[in-house]
Design a protein around this ligand. Structure first.
Ligand code: SAM
Length: 243
């Protein structure tokens, strides 16, 4: 991998625990996650301009890079994560693409896009990360993304949304149980407890309305590309050219 930068770092928590990560990284694929990732990879592949760099916010062990590189072998990435252990796994997983993936250890809440190699980025992607940031940090990050993205660039986010499981328990349970039945998926983001009215979200998932409001405030034009229960794929393009 070329280049490595360390900017301010908070504790990575479970994402710094090698044993936890080994189990997490070896978990079997699920059809619902695979479908959304396939849609994201298709959008990137169809729009990618040769030589452009993709910024991945919270790259983890490099799974998303691997998936995109399988379809688009010329893709180049700047991969940001605060966990040195996740980056270590990513380095190993992406070793066949040495020189195409620039791994950067950084806390997203303090990300300075102006210092990132490869700016402006044609694509900024983030998969299953944003709900771990506080709302204030999300807001700041979207503004940073706006500064980091190319004129014809696109932000693509896959993440879990906050749901009103107290007032809308009935329909949520129906949809979740149907997804579990049809696709045989009942763990992770599709666990039954997400439709339980007593479930307390201990992370910082945001509603779709909040995402759209923050993205609009940051100068993006957002849209929803895909939704499975509360797992959304959001795309956003710059509202006005910055570069
Ligand atoms: C659920 S994993 C997702 C990894 C990868 N995007 C994927 O889908 O396979 C979440 C990742 O986000 C990273 N992360 C969470 N909060 C972060 C923060 N504030 N700054 C930088 N990285 C963060 C974690 O270290 C972890 O690698």
């Amino acid at each position: 991998m070329d280049g490595r930068e360390v900017t301010g770092q908070a504790s990575p928590g479970r994402w710094g625990d090698r044993d936890f990560i080994r189990v997490w990284d070896a978990r079997p694929p699920t059809p619902l996650r695979d479908e959304q990732l396939d849609i994201l990879a298709t959008v990137v592949k169809d729009g990618y301009r040769k030589g452009a760099r993709i910024l991945d916010l919270g790259c983890g062990t490099g799974n998303v890079e691997k998936l995109i590189l399988d379809r688009l072998p010329v893709a180049r990435f700047t991969c940001v994560d605060r966990s040195p252990v996740m980056l270590e796994f990513a380095r190993d997983k992406l070793k066949d693409h040495d020189g195409q993936c620039n791994l950067v250890q950084s806390e997203l809440g303090r990300l300075s896009p102006l210092r990132l190699p490869g700016r402006p980025f044609q694509f900024v992607i983030s998969v299953n990360v944003i709900h771990e940031l506080t709302h204030a940090a999300k807001h700041r990050l979207f503004r940073s993304c706006r500064d980091a993205i190319a004129r014809a660039g696109m932000l693509l986010i896959i993440d879990r949304l906050a749901i009103d499981n107290r007032r809308l328990r009935g329909p949520y349970q129906s949809v979740l149980q149907r997804l579990q039945r049809v696709h045989g998926v009942d763990t992770g983001e599709y666990s039954a407890h997400f439709a339980d009215p007593g479930h307390k979200d201990d992370e910082h998932a945001a509603t779709l309305d909040q995402y759209f409001r923050w993205l609009l405030q940051a100068g993006f034009h957002p849209t929803l590309l895909h939704l499975h229960f509360h797992k959304a794929l959001i795309a956003a393009v710059p509202e006005k050219p910055a570069h």
